[in-house]
Write a protein that binds this ligand. Structure first.
Ligand code: SF4
Ligand code: SF4
Length: 56
């Protein structure tokens, strides 16, 4: 299981800096979580101001 960034994301970038696995990357279409790197710690969900990150 991994976490996923939904279309509620406002691209603030906060989550990118808290991920201990460096799984969150900014791409051409917005932020996404690499499911191969995410260990589902849930840390990113606490910093997201719009609750855009959910368990996949
Ligand atoms: S759940 Fe944890 S490991 Fe997965 S993207 Fe969020 S902070 Fe990174
Ligand atoms: S913290 Fe939330 S709103 Fe900000 S970039 Fe990450 S998913 Fe998007």
């Amino acid at each position: 299981m991994a976490y996923e960034i939904t279309d509620k994301c406002i691209k603030c970038g906060k989550c990118e800096f808290v991920c201990p696995e460096d799984a969150i990357k900014r791409g051409w279409t917005g932020y996404r979580i690499d499911p191969d790197l995410c260990d589902s710690c849930g840390g990113c969900t606490y910093v997201c101001p719009v609750k855009a990150i959910e368990p996949d």
